[in-house]
Design a protein around this ligand. Structure first.
Ligand code: TXA
Ligand code: MG
Length: 312
């Protein structure tokens, strides 16, 4: 398959309307989209990414009216979050409408819904004239793509089109909140922080996997965000640096590394980390030392991704 590169949201949307799959920028990471109601197109997303079939997709909307096509009910908590935040790097899990094919939700009776804030994403979605399901546009298990070049690296020849936008503003995937339980549960942390959510619904809490309970967000159990290099989390510099190693964090390291990225804030760290992982793989780095950060605001999401990357 030939992958077309374009800067035109209209041209990219045309591929969706004809049953194709298209990578597009959002404010979090690039997504790989298909018409939510086209089962064949949705199935081809799983194939192109080599994504496990039990990992549900997020549906992206251009406006509030489209949410009604996807969700059977907008729960009161979800309504509050929509009014407070949408469009935003925030995904709300709602009871699924009958019409949404089960292939999109990995057989769940719920669906994740998000309205991106990125202007090019909005223009693209408007022109698709239907909700678009999209996981991150990387090969399954690799770091999420924060620029179109990373999408190209993973998926050239496997998808119809890449809509070329800027590097993404945030760099980590959206916050996912289950709004179908008694209280809102944060299934995945992101740029809309727990503190932000609690200002709107104070009962909101982080979801903790209980033993013997089916995982609420199947994506959380899969291998994630991993460069080929080994990822090691550090909180000080009292260790011996091994061969071909890299460092990313907020402090200036005293030792010598082959690649170094010093970030001015947790937000910049979040913005840079996935691209840095890919850069390290290109440079054949063997070990990436990642400095830990305070688990507050975006720092909580950042630490979540760093831990997952270090577990592989
Ligand atoms: O920022 C983002 O969310 C990006 C951009 C493209 O929007 N998308 C993204 O998609 O990160 P993906 O597929 O890589 O991650 C989706 C996450 C997974 O952890 C999945 O398990 C969870 O959302 N999820 C999706 N639908 C769900 C549902 N119905 N119930 C529970 N979790 C769900
Ligand atoms: Mg992903």
């Amino acid at each position: 398959m030939q992958t077309i590169l374009t800067k035109s949201p209209a041209a990219a949307a045309e591929f969706i309307r004809r049953g194709g799959i298209v990578a597009f920028p959002t404010e979090t990471v690039y997504g790989l989209g298909a018409n939510v109601f086209d089962e064949k197109a949705v199935a081809s997303i799983f194939e192109a990414k080599m994504r496990p079939a039990d990992n549900p997709l997020i549906a992206h909307v251009a406006n509030l009216a489209q949410i009604k096509l996807l969700a059977k009910e907008i729960t009161p908590d979800a309504q509050k979050f929509i009014e407070a935040f949408f469009p935003a790097p925030l995904t709300l899990v709602l009871p699924k409408a009958e019409k949404v094919p089960l292939v999109a939700t990995a057989n769940l009776d719920t669906i994740g819904v998000r309205m991106p804030k990125n202007k090019l994403a909005q223009e693209f979605l408007r022109r698709c004239e239907m909700p678009v399901v999209a996981p991150s546009a990387n090969l399954s298990g690799k770091p999420s793509p924060t620029g179109w070049q990373a999408v190209y690296e993973d998926l050239n020849g496997r998808i119809d089109c890449i809509l070329q936008g800027e590097a993404t503003e945030i760099g980590l995937e959206s916050t996912v909140v289950d709004c179908t339980a008694d209280v809102p549960l944060v299934l995945r942390s992101g740029a809309i922080s727990l503190e932000d959510l609690q200002k709107i619904v104070p009962e909101t809490k982080l979801y903790q996997v209980k033993e013997n309970e089916a995982v609420k967000s199947p994506g959380l159990k899969h291998r994630h965000y991993s460069p080929r290099a080994k990822v090691v989390l550090i909180s000080d510099f009292g260790f011996r640096v091994s061969d071909s190693s890299a460092f990313i964090g907020l402090s200036k390291p005293p030792e010598k590394f082959d690649l170094v990225k010093i970030c001015a804030s947790a937000a910049e760290y979040a913005h840079e980390v996935f691209a840095f992982f890919r850069q390290c793989d290109h440079a054949r780095i063997k070990t990436i030392y990642c400095e830990t950060t305070e688990e507050k605001g975006i720092g909580l999401a950042l630490m979540d991704r760093l831990r997952r990357a270090s577990e592989n």
